[in-house]
Ligand binder design. Structure first.
Ligand code: GAP
Length: 614
């Protein structure tokens, strides 16, 4: 079973993650988080908030609206530039991003010579596609079909085209030699290897919506019908312009990033919090929406997702240093919560990859089962955002260093000479630059689950997912597998602060009133004193099976109450990662869990006395 399949099965079975609206057939790219998923997601975002806001004196939080007026996103460049290139496969009608699509694969060991194989999903589709190729896309080409594979004979490859071999038996009289020249731009349909594609075109990723009690479709119909009545407006372009004009007053967007909500509030936050001196940051966690061309890998790429973003406002001359410092800070965060440090890396963006606003960017990438994928971007956005919003609104979004200004004014008063040093004045008042850290919460959760997931045999020895271990350059590990046989089980070695359930509490005999009562008391103390999620495990299975169920969802500690506990008030505490069990006083449990959950590095944690090691 592949690592991803294994995880998704576990997520569904144990209530982390479900396909949304499944009982109505589901909706592609939409996911619901179950009782454990919601806890894990909250814990990841809480840990982010702790380190970005509570642990620092220079960052404050904000929560801004999702529905965004066009002026904001026009100013930020999203209306004109937040696009991906999009291509349609002429055979499958699938839509994909050419920058993520693979190069053409050819078979040069075939008895018929150089072959371009196209894979259809089944034999019937292969027949239909073969017909389409013969009649529309490569008339007269030498083609054969084997099961669900269509084989095209290739004459030669040129820089930007594939020249197919002519079928000597073809009887088409109107054949143009260029019918056998297939344009090739370096990519094919990722699912079929087909080179029969539309030209690539830009596609804006933002979701539009209309704040209007009148259905916008009614307005479109009325405007279109009116436009058709006048010859000067009846062509497609003019009609479209009229429709856009009619809808514009009620047009809004679902925000594609939380960042813009911060930029438009820069001045209000700064005014309301005058103690915030540059450099300072504004953090936000919230939903963002993108009409992604390709949804992939469950919650890795979805149209609706959550972002954890920090916009850190700095003086222009601090930007480089702050960018480097945030890179390090964020990588340390990832290493603290992740177990496999060789599966997390930084990847600096090449110049042509940079977003329209960015003058420098590194991606934090995780080695997912299908290869390296971005989980976070750290960018030096320059003064792009504040300058643009300032230009568009006429409102100065600047920072004034009051101390420098007062000192200059005092000097001027004393000397009677006005100071004109441009550089010195620029240090007094400037448009801040922004260093951004932008992390996808859902992606972070997926990465941290995959990172924590370990399959072990009956002796507790880890069974690696084949192909995924130790190969850092591996980019095709989608099919990494592990054979799930008897005795094989899963342990989610999540950092205790991320674990959805912190303690599993179990009576030795599940229906014994006295044992259950003592368990309830322990559970209540933990809930009330530590405000953590605990689970009473009262199924009538063996304690061992109940421990394993807790391991599977990442519960760091289990507490078992047996008949002796009723006499001596001692309980068994078991640790997930070592399997170690020891007797402790029931009065110690809250302190042990409290200590085990502290925000200290794991290495230090292990050395502490009277703490639980994880
Ligand atoms: N404000 C900058 C910004 O939004 P981004 O690289 O487009 O930058 C930041 O997005 C992060 O948001 C990504 O690293 C990723 O973790 C997450 N993200 C972006 N699009 C996503 C999607 N469609 N589904 C899930 N997460 C997504």
């Amino acid at each position: 079973m592949s690592a991803m399949r294994h995880l998704l099965d576990l997520c569904k079975r144990r209530g982390f993650l479900f396909q949304s609206a499944e009982i109505h057939g589901g909706l592609r790219g939409a996911y619901d988080y179950g009782p454990l998923g919601v806890e894990l997601k909250r814990n990841v975002s809480q840990e982010w908030w702790n380190s970005m806001v509570y642990q620092r004196s220079d960052v404050v939080g904000i929560d801004t609206a999702i529905i965004t007026p066009p002026a904001v996103l026009k100013t930020s460049g999203h209306v004109d530039q937040f696009t991906d290139e999009m291509v349609d496969s002429r055979l499958s009608k699938e839509r994909f991003r050419p920058d993520k699509a693979p190069a053409l694969k050819l078979d040069d060991h075939h008895p018929q010579g150089l072959i371009l194989p196209i894979s259809a999903p089944d034999k019937i589709t292969a027949k239909v596609w073969e017909h389409d190729i013969r009649t529309q896309f490569a008339r007269g080409a030498a083609i054969t079909r084997k099961g669900k594979e269509i084989l095209l004979q290739v004459e030669r490859m040129e820089k930007d085209k594939i020249v197919l071999k002519k079928d000597d038996r073809a009887t088409i009289t109107t054949l143009d030699p260029t019918d056998l020249h297939i344009p090739y731009h370096g990519y094919v349909d990722p699912n079929s290897n087909s080179p029969f594609l539309t030209e690539s075109r830009p596609f804006n990723l933002m979701f539009k919506t209309y704040l209007d009690p009148i259905d916008p479709i009614d307005k479109v119909i009325t405007t279109t019908l009116d436009a058709q009545k006048t010859p000067s407006t009846s062509d497609l372009t003019s009609t479209r312009q009229l429709v856009d004009k009619t809808l514009h007053p009620s047009l809004t967007y679902l925000r594609p990033e939380t960042a813009q909500g911060v930029f438009i509030n820069y001045a209000t936050v700064q005014r309301s919090h005058p103690h915030l001196k540059i450099p300072f940051g504004i953090a936000q966690i919230g939903k963002s929406f993108r009409n992604e061309i390709r949804l992939e890998h469950a919650i890795f790429r979805t149209p609706e997702f959550e972002q954890m973003e920090l916009e850190f406002f700095v003086a222009p001359w601090q930007a480089e240093e702050q960018f480097e410092s945030w890179r390090k800070f964020r990588m340390d965060w990832w290493r603290y919560y992740g177990r496999n440090h060789d599966r997390i890396r930084e990847r600096p963006h090449a110049q042509d990859e940079l977003a329209h606003y960015s003058s420098g960017c590194v991606d934090v990438e995780y080695l997912f089962p299908w290869g390296w994928g971005e989980v976070e971007g750290i960018a030096n956005r320059g003064d792009f955002d504040l300058s643009k919003h300032s230009e568009a609104t006429g409102i100065k979004l600047q920072y004034t260093d009051a101390i420098l200004m007062q000192e200059r004014q005092a000097r001027e008063k004393a000397t009677g000479v006005k100071e004109t040093d441009v550089e010195a004045l620029a240090r007094e008042r400037f448009t801040p630059h922004v260093v951004e850290s932008s992390c996808g919460l859902n992606r972070a959760m997926l990465a941290l689950m995959l990172d924590a997931m370990e399959v072990v045999d009956e002796r507790g020895k880890a069974i690696p997912f084949e192909g995924s271990e130790g190969d850092n350059n591996n980019t095709n590990t989608e099919n990494t597998t592990v054979h799930v046989s008897k005795g094989v089980r899963t342990i989610m070695r999540l950092h205790p602060r991320l674990a959805p359930v912190k303690v599993g509490i179990m009576p030795l005999i599940s229906n014994n009133k006295d044992l259950v009562e003592m368990c309830t008391g322990i559970s209540q103390s933990l809930r009330q004193e530590l405000q953590v999620n605990v689970s009473m495990e009262t199924q009538s299975t063996t304690i061992g099976k109940r421990y394993y169920r807790m391991d599977e969802i990442g519960t760091p500690w289990c507490v078992t109450v047996d008949f002796e506990s009723l006499q001596d008030r001692m309980v068994t505490i078991r640790e997930r990662d070592t399997g170690e069990q020891r007797r402790v006083s029931v009065d110690e449990v809250v302190d042990l869990v409290r200590n085990g959950l502290r925000l200290v590095p794991r290495a230090t944690q292990n050395k502490q006395q009277k703490t639980i090691s994880v």
